[in-house]
Design a binder for this molecule. Structure first.
Ligand code: ADP
Ligand code: ADP
Length: 225
C-alpha cells in the first residue's frame, strides 16, 4: 500500500534555484531509498516532507492526511534525522533521550524510563548511556540520532544522508538498525551511496537536478543507472 504520495512538488528557493522540479512519487511502507548526487535536491525533499519547508507548488499526502494543510498531524507521527543534526555535547545520551521524551509528551515517568531504556538497547548504546555525546564516534552519534527519531513510535521516519562519513562497519551496523525498525512504518533513506539502497531498500527513486529520474525496485534499476 502506498502511504506517502507526492504530487507535482516543486521548490524554488528565493535566489531562484529550482531544487525540486515537479516531483511525483509514491512511497509504500518499508524502506525507501532516495538516491542522488550532491545538490540533487534530497535534503530539500526531506525537509519538505518533514514539513519544515513549504514547497512552492504541489501536494503531499501521508495516508489520508494532507500534510501541507495539517503539518501538526504529520509532525506527531514523524521521526526525522537531519543531516548534521545538532547535539548538546556535554549531556549524556540517557539524559538527552529522557529530556526528549518529555518534549514528545510522554507524561508518565515510568513510561519515559521504559522508552529510553528500550531505545538505548535497540541502538546498542546502553553501555555508553552515561557518557557525554561529545565523546561519541560518528557511528555512535548516528545511532543516537536514530534513538532520538524513534521516540514516540513514529509512522514515518526520515533519515537524510545518515551514512556519510561512517566507516564500512559502522555503516552496516547503522543500516541493519534501520532495517530492524519494522515493515509497518515508512522509512525514507536519502543517500548518495548506491550500496545503501541496493542492499536494503525494496523500493527506491533516483533524483538528479531536482527531478526523479527513475523509480522502482533496485534490482530493476541499478543496472540502468
Ligand atoms: P542534496 O541534499 O541532494 O545535496 P539539496 O536539497 O541540499 O540537495 O540542494 C538542492 C539544490 O538547492 C542545490 O543546488 C543547493 O545548492 C540548492 N539549495 C539548497 N538549499 C538552498 C537554500 N537555502 N537556498 C538556495 N539554494 C539552496
Ligand atoms: P545539504 O546537501 O544537506 O542540503 P548543504 O551543505 O548543501 O547540505 O547545505 C547546508 C545548508 O546551507 C542548508 O541549510 C542549506 O539549505 C543551505 N544552502 C545550501 N545551498 C545553498 C545555497 N546555494 N544558497 C543558500 N543556502 C544554501
Amino acid at each position: 500500500t502506498v502511504m506517502l504520495n507526492l504530487r507535482e512538488v516543486t521548490h524554488i528557493y528565493p535566489n531562484g534555484t529550482k531544487a525540486l522540479d515537479n516531483v511525483t512519487l509514491s512511497i509504500p511502507k518499508g524502506m525507501f531509498g532516495l538516491l542522488g548526487p550532491n545538490g540533487a535536491g534530497k535534503s530539500t525533499l526531506m525537509r519538505t516532507v518533514a514539513t519544515l519547508q513549504t514547497p512552492t507548488a504541489g501536494e503531499i499526502h501521508f495516508g489520508d492526511t494532507d500534510i501541507l494543510k495539517n503539518p501538526e498531524n504529520l509532525r506527531e507521527r514523524l521521526g526525522y534525522l537531519p543531516q548534521d543534526f545538532g547535539v548538546y555535547p556535554r549531556v549524556s545520551a540517557y539524559d538527552m533521550l529522557e529530556h526528549m521524551t518529555v518534549l514528545k509528551g510522554i507524561a508518565s515517568k515510568a513510561d519515559r524510563k521504559a522508552t529510553v531504556e528500550t531505545l538505548l538497547n535497540q541502538t546498542n548504546l546502553w553501555d555508553v548511556r552515561k557518557k557525554a555525546i561529545a565523546g561519541f564516534s560518528g557511528g555512535m552519534r548516528q545511532r543516537f540520532g536514530i534513538a532520538q527519531a524513534l521516540i514516540g513510535n513514529p509512522e514515518l521516519i526520515i533519515v537524510d544522508e545518515p551514512t556519510a562519513g561512517l566507516d564500512p562497519e559502522e555503516r552496516n551496523r547503522f543500516l541493519n538498525l534501520l532495517a530492524e525498525i519494522g515493515e509497518n512504518v515508512v522509512i525514507i533513506l536519502s543517500t548518495h551511496i548506491v550500496e545503501d539502497v541496493a542492499d536494503l531498500c525494496p523500493n527506491m527513486a533516483v533524483i538528479a537536478n531536482g527531478r526523479i529520474q527513475l523509480e522502482g525496485a533496485p534490482l530493476d534499476l541499478i543496472g540502468k543507472t
